[in-house]
Design a protein around this ligand. Structure first.
Ligand code: DX5
Ligand code: ZN
Length: 213
């Protein structure tokens, strides 16, 4: 299991230290939640802060866009060379074109699905994606409770990807902790995002290790 702490739950008053600490604690990716106040009822960080995060991080960035104008934000962050950029399928009229654009920058394209969005919405995009991000809470805030139906969806997606022979990874985001991680592993999860669980813990290393099942 790869672990991607979501910095949404970090102490932004000492963001540089927080990023360094999770990287030293052994995370695999730094999950960066970009919200525009339109697609979701919350507003987070833009290019000034994300470039400071990129500078402090010794692990690759995993940028999760929760915005209305995906192309604008992809162009804004491309020069930071994140490993992944994910955009929400619910908010994109031309997902295939945007996937190609992200790949043209040498970045791995990913699509995020809200809890209610069916897997069939990305049926003809799967083979072009490096990663699918399944939301297990409603996007917008850290610290929410895990939505149980996400497990069935994860199992379904795992089956579909395995049957197709594609190499697409599956990431889940929202309400993940040491109580549900084993079940998610068994259902076929590759990357776990965890905000509140990691940053709310006494030891980032212990928290990350406890998720590495
Ligand atoms: C929610 C964000 C998540 C969130 C996860 O919209 O995409 O990345 O920060 O936080 P926890 O793990 O606290 O649910
Ligand atoms: Zn996220």
């Amino acid at each position: 299991m790869l672990i991607a702490p979501s910095i949404l739950s970090a102490d932004f008053g000492k963001l540089k230290n927080e990023i360094e600490a999770i990287c030293e604690a052994g995370c695999d990716l730094v999950h960066v939640d970009v919200m525009d106040g339109h697609f979701v009822p919350n507003l987070t960080i833009g290019p000034v802060v994300v470039s400071a995060v990129a500078k402090a991080a010794t692990k690759p960035l995993d940028i999760h866009l929760m915005v209305e104008n995906n192309t604008f934000f992809v162009e804004l962050f491309a020069s930071l060379k994140p490993k992944y950029i994910s955009f929400h399928i619910e908010e994109e009229k031309h997902p295939h074109r945007l996937i190609q654009k992200i790949r043209s920058y040498g970045i791995s394209p990913a699509i995020a699905l809200n809890p209610h969005t069916p897997i069939s919405s990305i049926e003809y995009l799967l083979e072009d994606l490096d990663l699918v991000l399944l939301m297990s809470v409603n996007p917008g805030f850290g610290g929410q409770s895990f939505i149980r139906s996400s497990i069935k969806k994860l199992q379904e997606l795992r089956k579909k990807i395995d049957a197709s022979g594609a190499k697409t990874l599956i990431e889940m985001d929202g309400g993940i902790n040491d109580k549900n991680i084993r079940e998610l592993k068994n259902a076929g999860l590759d990357i776990a995002v965890a905000g509140n669980y990691v940053f709310g813990s006494g030891s980032y290393k212990d928290a990350i290790d406890s998720l590495r099942v």
